[in-house]
Each structure stands twice: as C-alpha cells, then as structure tokens.
Design a protein around this ligand. Sequence first.
Ligand code: BAL
Ligand code: ZN
Length: 874
Amino acid sequence: EQTIYLKDYAVSPYRIVSADLDFKITEADTRVRAQLTIEPNPGTAAGTPLVLDGDELALGSVAIDGAPLVQSAYAADATSLTIVEPPLRRFVLETEVTIKPAGNTKLMGLYRSGGTWCTQCEAEGFRRITYYLDRPDNLAVFKVRITAPQAVAPVLLSNGNLIEQGDAGDGMHFAVWEDPFPKPSYLFALVAGDLGSITDSFTTASGRKVDLAIYCTHGKEDQCLWAMDSLKRSMAWDERRFGREYDLDIFNIVAVSDFNFGAMENKGLNIFNDKLVFAQPETATDADYDGIERVIAHEYFHNWTGNRITCRDWFQLCLKEGLTVYRDQEFTSDERSRPVKRISDVVTLRAAQFPEDGGPLAHPARPSQYDEINNFYTATVYNKGAEIVRMLATLLGEAGFRKGMDLYFERHDGEATTIEAFLAVFAEANDVDLEQFKTWYLQAGTPRLSVSDSYDAASQTYTLNLKQETQPTPGQPEKSALVLPIKFALIGPNGSEMSWTGVTGGDVRQDMIVLDAASATITFSGVPSKPVPSLLREFSAPVSMDSALSQADQLFLAQHDSDPFNRWQALQDVGMGLAVAAIDGTPWSDASVKALSQAMAETLASDTLDDAFKALALSLPAEAQISRTIGKEIDPDRVHKVRKELLKAVFAPLALEMLNAYLALSSEAPYAPDAASTGRRSLRNRLLALMVASDCAGAVGLAAQQYAGARNMTDRLAALSASTLAWTPDAAKLLGDFHANFAANDPLVLDKWLAVTASVPEDGVIERIQAVLADPGFPKTNPNRLRSLMGSFTLNNPTQFARADGAGFRFVADFVAEVDKINPQVAARVLTGFRIWPMLDQSRRDAAKVALGGLQTKGSLSRNTADILARMLA
Ligand code: BAL
Ligand code: ZN
C-alpha cells in the first residue's frame, strides 16, 4: 500500500480556479460533464503533466478549450487522468464521465439512499464523481447544473444560491446552483430526490435574512423542528461568542438514511445522517436530542472553521475538527450545564480516545503519515484535538483566546492552512511562545501525571511533586515533556480554598500550575495546615492522573470541592480504587464500601447539586475504564463480576433512598428536551438502573412497569436497557416486545433495539446477532444498522466480544470480511474494536491474534481494512 507523508507535501503544478459541472441523472446512471478552468501555478515548467484524481469513473471524452484530445495526449487508469502536456496558460479542460450511483455501496461520491441521490465527498469522494484535483488546498468556485427526472427528483439542490430552474423536456427538469465562495472539492454537495421540507429564517447580526430549510423523507417534517431550533440557536451563538455571521442567503440541510458520517458540512448544503435530524419524544431519547443539537451546531460552526478557512492537506484534519468540536462543546456548555457537559465530554474522551492513544492504533492529533485518510476521522483527531484547543484557551484565558481566534479569521479567511498557522496567530496575538505547546499535536499517547505531596507543619510549607511521562506509541519510541495546564486549589480542613504567601519551584499562575518539564517540585509557603489538593480541575489537560490521595481525602473532595468536575472525579476515584484492588486480589473492607455508599447517599440527598450532575455522580467507572486502568493481562469476566459485586455492595444499602428519590422524580409533565427536564429523567433512570443492577427488592417489576407506562422513548429505553444489562427474568420478553411494538417499523428505533440486543453481557448474544444478520430483510448496506449492532458488540460488550474461547473475535472478523466488500469504511471502523487485544490475558490475546490473522489471509481487503489490520498486528 502507498503511504502518504506530510513531509512530501508539495503545491500542485496546476490549480483549478472554477468548476462548471453538468449532471444528467437518470435511473440507470449519471453523466457528469465537467468544464474546469485551470491555470499553471507559478514556477510550473512547460511539459509538466496535469494529473487529476479519479476512482471508478467511465471516461467518455476529453477536450481542451473545446478541441477533443487525441488518444496519445492523455492517459486514464484506475486512479487518475493524466493530461500529458497541458498548455502553460489558463485553459478549460472538459471531461465527460459516467458513474453508477445506484451501485455505489461505499457511500462515497454520488450514491442513492432510498430513492434520493446524494453525495459524500470528504475526504476523497469527489474523485468518484469526476476527474479533479481532489485535494483540500485547491479552492475553486462551482457552478452546478442538475438535470433529473421530475417525478422521482422534484427537489434539486447543490451548494450556494439557486440561479435558474426549469423544464428540460421528456419528464426531466433542471436547476442551476452557483456557490460564490471558492471551496475545496470535499465540500461539494448535490441532492436530487422527492423530499419534504420545513422552512424558517434567521436574521443575522448585520440584518441579513437567511432562508433556512431542512429536507427529509415525506412525513417526517415535524420530526425536524428540534434540528431547526438547534440551527437557529447555533447561528446566534456563533455571532455572540465568536463574532461570526453566516455568509450566504440560503442554508439547507438534508436528512438521508444511508450515511457514513454523522453529518457533513458542505458549503450551504449540509447533508445529515437522519438519526442526527429526526426527533420526537416517542422515538428519540434525550441523548438523541442532545446529539442533534450538538451535531447541527458542529456542522454549522464548520462554516467558519473548516469552510471559510480549510485544511491545506489531510494531515491538518484536526485544524478544522478539533477546533470545531471545541466550539460545539462550548455551545452546549453555554446552552446547558457547563459542568455536566465537561464531565460527559471527559467520559467520552476516556472511553473513546484514551484507549486509542494507548493501543496499536495510537497516532498524533496531527499525524505525519497515513495509508488511508478515512481511518483518521478518529477520537484523537476530533476529541483530543478539541482538548488541545481547550488547553490553549485555558492557558491564554478567554480574552487571549478570542484575540487569537479573531486574528485567525482575519488573517486566514479564504485559505487552506495548517496547524502551524493556527498556533502562530495565538502566539502573536498574545505575545507568547507556543513552540513546546505544539508537541501536543505531534506526539501520540496519553501522558501519565503522577503526584505526591508532603506538608511540613513547622515551616507551614506544602510541597507538591509532579511528574509527567508518556509511554512509547507506534513509530514514536521517544517522548518529550508536554505543556500541562493543571488547574488546582488547595482545600483546607473546613472545605474552603486556602491561600498561600509564596511559591517556589514551579510556574504557578493563581489557580493554575503550568508543568512544562518532566517533573517539578513546587513548594507553597504560608500554608497554615495540611491541605487536600484538588488537581486538574475541570480536567484542564487530557492526561491520566495517578492520585496519591487516600480514600478519606477523596471522599473529602467529593463532599467539599467547589469544582464540580473534581467532585465527580473524586467519587469515581474511590470506586476505581476499590474495583482495581479487588480485581488484583485485595477485597474491599466493609468500612471502605460503607464510606463510598454514604458519600453516594449524600450526593443523592444534596439540595445544591442538580439532577444531571447527580445522575453522573451516582455511578462506578465503566468496565472498559477499569480494564484500562489495570492495563494488562485483563480478564473481562473478572472485571465484570467484581464491578457488579461492588455496585451491589455500594448501592443495595441505599435501596430505600433510591426508591423514594425515584418516585419523587416521577412527572406527568409533557416531554421537553430542556436541560432541567433532561436532568430529571437522567437521574430517575439512573436510579432505576442502579436499583435493578443491585438487586433491590421490587426493582425488576419497577422496570417492567416503567417500560410499559413510558410516555417517551427516553424512559422506555432506559427501562429496557436496565433490564437487559442485568438480564432480569423479564429481559427477553421486554426485548421481544420492544422489537414488535416499537422497532419493527422505525429504522432509528430498530437501531436502539440492535444496540441493546448486542450489549447483553450473556452467552447467546452472538447467536442472536447472527440471527439478525441472517435475516434476508436486514440491510447490510446501511451504516447505522451495522454500527448499532456491531459497534455496540465490540465496544459495549467486553465479556462477549473478548470471550475466552475466541468466538466473539472470530464472529467479528468474519463480519468485517463480509462487510468490507460492501462498505470498507464501516468494516474498518468495526475492526478498530480489536484495539484492546494487547491488554488482554494470554489466552484471549492468542484468540484475537488467530482471528486477526485469519482476516489477513482472506486477501483482497479494502485499503481501509487492510490499514487497520496491519497496524493492529504490527
Ligand atoms: N467533516 C466530516 C464530518 C464532521 O466532522 O463534521
Ligand atoms: Zn466536523
């Protein structure tokens, strides 16, 4: 396979300045005529060939400035069209190709979803539409004419503004769209179909009216209202928070059912996976509402961070993704609860990014090489990328960060740029040196921060010893020290924050220590009594911290810390400590479990903490996180068993309190997706799950009752999964009922059933999944269905996926081999679930190796899957 290196980046000898595209869409195929206005870049020598990218295109004709080229003047192969000797001046290259959208199961380029023709071009899908310089640094203005059958495709959309439409005879009609903003090909979009829509408008800060529309399958229009509401709030927020206005007169969103990503930020025409658009209380959960709000915002925010300023090359992907995730996180924080959002984001980071960073697929947020760019749309690029931007904001302060962002927009608008350029604006606007900070983008791996402390009563000095270390990752044996912003406070015996009179040995800025060396010993003087340190407040750096705190100190923080994140973290740390020790062979003492139980009871009873926070706090770390903390020779069955016992030991004594709180939280109010209502439901459902999991008397019946009486999907699904995860006597019946009465006729609800089914931690689950897949009606071409089933199995069902007999591994490997022939991106993504294998015990490691080895011998794997497999086995 051909590896692409960042160091090889070179400006193209030619650039396309405008693209005039003419699509003739019919049921059988689509003919694409492209007229590309091309110029040589400065320095290009006469006779330099022009090499355009192409993939699965049937080439009809090639002409330059209207004159057809003779056969010897060009050459086409499987991946390119070469014009042997183009003119060394501006010219128009005209090509005609035929493509077959109906057979395009890779869902890259132009394809059909249901009856609708739609596109996905990021990263390299445009080359599956026409021959092009399919690289993000080629910005061109696009004019697009679409001709299609009026009856099946009354709606014809592309980027920008509609400038003409009309009848084309023979049952065909046409529309012409023009996008005045130069853009890279990955932001191109086209939609043709029979779609319903809702419309609205937004008036920008400067008084311009923007027409908004969301297109969807007929009959789903009223499920798009939450998405529209989220869009308008996003537009207002970006003006308020970042001074960014929308720039076209139209903003369209289209929901489609078959989509590889969650959504795509095409200029003026966002295309969405319908699961991130459709919401109504009966079929969508609070988590769905949350996801819709977040992704609508994310794609909208890309208009400035991604579209107006894009990436020079795909190595810079986190320039737009990390920054835009940071922006959508801030949007949610401002719209809802900041601490709850922060905790949820850290839970996601630890569940999705830390394992990636600590396993065979580890890579820097800005990689320096890739075989297949689609495999780099990862939690590292997105979520760690957002953490890096967040650290920048923490180090520079809100005003300093905004100054840098303003300069970024001012200086780079209209450009395709780099991480270096991004960092330079912050350095310049704040007069700081970010050279060492840049290492965060270049170095893979999660730093481990170790802390110890001591107090000297005689001199009233308190000393913190901090040490950072990052383990080697593939291709990076040596690691250097990173800049860690460590927000902190010293908590005194009465629970309030202590001050100090002097500091030596470190860079301490009020509430933040900046550690930029491998270690530091920081001494605070004038500290009248021994404090408890609250470190890494707000999770101010994406590190894993070894805390030296005693359980008593952790529980003290859980009670007194004014930083909600660390209050939550302290409870997690206590649970983690007990679980890890027990798995290691040191059972917990009654006293230690009782203390945790008591802290949980106090959390539940608090009248200052909000419901959403309590729901997050009343939990133990997930099995996967416990496993990662142990780090080696993992036996997932033992982790599962010990965690279950601990859960029971901590929460069963609270049965009465939990039941009373559960009953008090019941509400007859109609469903509303606001933060307070969502928090209330999340706490109530958390309590239900805890009561069921800890075998509280009557809990199984309570779950069945909630399931049957639920008036929204949030409560129904919560009752179902509480039952199936504990595999109660009712579980199988409820699962069957859910399928028959809710899932069978609604694909997005079916996804929930698939996910719940695949997550059951009991023998028999593989056979049940196999039966689902064997059903001839099961759509193996739909990414949502496949991911719900197989993503849930590999990521949420460690005891069954990593079965000691290897059955889980074999099953997933066979699945990957089969689906790879249909949709390589989905197959490769499912395969990444194997990344835990090096951490498992010997017999499981052997079983994983056999399954992965078997896949390797299958041959003819896609580049996507072969790349993941090679790294997994390296
Ligand atoms: N650019 C791909 C989808 C997203 O991150 O918005
Ligand atoms: Zn994005």
